[in-house]
Design a protein around this ligand. Structure first.
Ligand code: NAP
Length: 495
């Protein structure tokens, strides 16, 4: 498409720079605010649907919450934190980290809390925005920093409403419900349920884990950083960067393994998981119940220092007979047994294909994102959608969500977006969005490459779209870095 030659003075937003609306005050929204200010864009606001910062780390408060990316790598590159208490930091510590960073960079002043964006419509060259408070706002640029896993999948289990005890989804934990001495049941065996298991098994009177599908577990110790180690980090930040580099090498290997199901790296990961199962689970009957019938890392690999130990605790029971119904006193399984419970937790995951939705998003000519994504969400490089000008996503669809640290990804994506925005600031164009041919080509080769990945080897997981194609980045970390280094401008429509 021919590029118009505009005079920067023509831009209606020129006096204050482009108006930027950031959606979401989680990790990526806070990052955006910091980086925009640093780049000289000061005309921005963040809308946050809840009353606090932190995204995932605000919403999830379940016992045992932690990040399975090492803390020093799950940290903004420009804000190292010498004080992480453990290799894998607990959730509340991560939340505090984001709050502190947001405070330090005066991000908080720019957040409109408890104000959800309900509609964004591109009309006459600008985004017209409506919020849950009835406010109307406008933007030249929208950054959708809405996260990936934020719409709880509330499993529809028959009879749930008849349960006399307390029940809730893991991302909506009811802390008023006593757990000590209670009979607690958890549905699911994803990363969340595994963390809850290890945190609760010793606290409760009886712990029942309802497993529909067994999981591979990669044993990963979670050592505490001693005060002396933390002092060394504080005195020499280079030590932190060196550690990050080492950890990134691990991710690099992991990312190479998952994208090629036949790779030696993948076989090695599988061998480690198998050895963990064989060596740690003593009772042969329990071991067989815990043995998955698909390949390791096909579902999101569980990293845990002690899940197998926990499920062998005398308080714990692993139930593999499917759930028939929930009754007032507990859960009845298909083998006819009633498992009496006081608390039932649904660790049943998230609707991972929602992204910014249910917000109404209409691009050029009124095209509705819900229609564009009716089959499955697609975006060029996870960032930009044809006919949705100046609408950029962080950790959008089909990104490296299962491969490496989401913070690293968001930082690289934002650097890329800033380069696109620079074209607008320089007056080279007013509107920029991925072209249809570039997006189609990209998505075709992405889906093709994804078929070779471990996620496509025959299991069910939230990585798969409705056609069973992995909705993830199927190439290496190095390739992602290359793509993010500089936009290929021929892949974009400008106006
Ligand atoms: P998940 O991985 O999607 O697991 C959901 C679990 O619920 C699965 O075991 C699923 O069984 C089960 N399930 C769903 N509906 C069910 C039903 N109707 N009846 C019985 N079982 C049902 O969800 P998650 O554990 O919340 O984790 C989601 C993602 O969040 C993770 O993969 C990870 O990316 C992220 N996460 C990360 C961390 C971390 O440490 N960084 C911690 C927690 C979560 P099937 O397997 O049979 O479908």
């Amino acid at each position: 498409m021919a590029e118009p030659n505009l005079n920067p003075q023509d831009l209606k937003h020129a006096p204050q720079g482009p108006r930027i609306v950031i959606i979401g005050a989680g990790m990526a929204g806070i990052l955006s605010a910091i980086k925009f200010r640093e780049a000289g864009y000061d005309n921005f606001v963040i809308y946050e649907k809840s009353d606090a910062l932190g995204g995932t780390w605000r919403a999830n408060t379940y016992p045992g919450l932690a990040c399975d990316v090492p803390a020093h790598s799950y940290t903004y590159s420009f804000e190292p934190n010498p004080d992480w208490s453990q290799v894998f930091a607990p959730g509340p510590e991560i939340r505090t980290y984001f709050e502190n960073v947001a405070q330090k960079y005066a991000v908080v002043d720019r957040v409109r809390f408890e104000e959800e964006i309900t509609a964004c419509e591109f009309i006459d060259g600008r985004w017209q925005i409506r919020t849950s408070q009835g406010r109307e706002d406008q933007a030249d640029i929208i950054i959708a920093a809405t996260g990936v896993l934020h719409h709880p999948n509330r499993a529809t289990i028959p009879g749930l409403d008849t349960f006399e005890g307390a029940h809730f989804h893991s991302a909506e934990w009811d802390h008023s419900v006593p757990l000590d001495g209670a009979r607690v049941g958890v549905v699911g065996t994803g990363s969340t349920a595994i963390q809850i298991t290890t945190a609760l098994v010793e606290r409760v009177a009886r712990y029942t884990l309802f497993q529909r599908t067994a999981q591979w577990v990669f044993k990963m110790e979670n050592d505490a950083y001693a005060a002396a180690e933390r002092a060394v980090f504080a005195n020499d930040l280079q030590k932190i960067y060196a550690l990050r580099e080492e950890q990134e090498g691990f991710f690099d290997n992991f990312s190479k393994a998952v994208i090629d199901s036949d790779s030696p790296e993948m076989r090695e990961i599988e061998a480690v998981c198998l050895a963990n199962l064989e060596e740690t689970v003593k009772d042969p009957a329990l071991r067989e119940k815990l043995r998955p019938d698909y390949r390791a890392a096909c579902k999101r690999l569980i990293l845990s220092p002690n899940f197998y130990e926990s499920i062998q605790h005398p308080n714990a029971e692993l139930v593999v007979s499917g759930i028939e119904t929930v009754e007032p006193k507990g859960v009845r399984t298909k083998d006819g047994k009633l498992h009496e419970l006081d608390v039932l937790v649904l660790a049943t995951g998230f609707r991972a294909n929602r992204f910014i939705r249910p917000t109404l998003v209409r691009g050029r000519g009124g095209v509705d994102l819900d229609d564009v994504w009716a089959d499955h969400p697609v975006a060029y490089l996870s960032i930009s959608i044809p006919e949705f000008p100046n609408f950029f996503m962080l950790n959008g669809p089909n990104g490296p969500v299962g491969n490496f640290s989401l913070i690293r990804i968001a930082e690289l994506q934002l650097g890329y977006i800033l380069q696109l925005m620079e074209r607008i600031r320089r007056g080279e164009c007013r509107e920029i969005s991925a072209s249809r041919p570039a997006t189609d080509d990209y998505e075709r080769s992405r889906a093709q490459a994804a078929k070779k990945s471990i996620w496509a080897t025959g299991c069910n997981s939230w990585y798969l779209d409705k056609h069973g194609v992995p909705a993830s980045w199927p190439w290496s970390q190095a390739h992602f870095d290359e793509e993010m280094a500089a936009p290929k401008l021929e892949a974009y429509d400008v106006a």
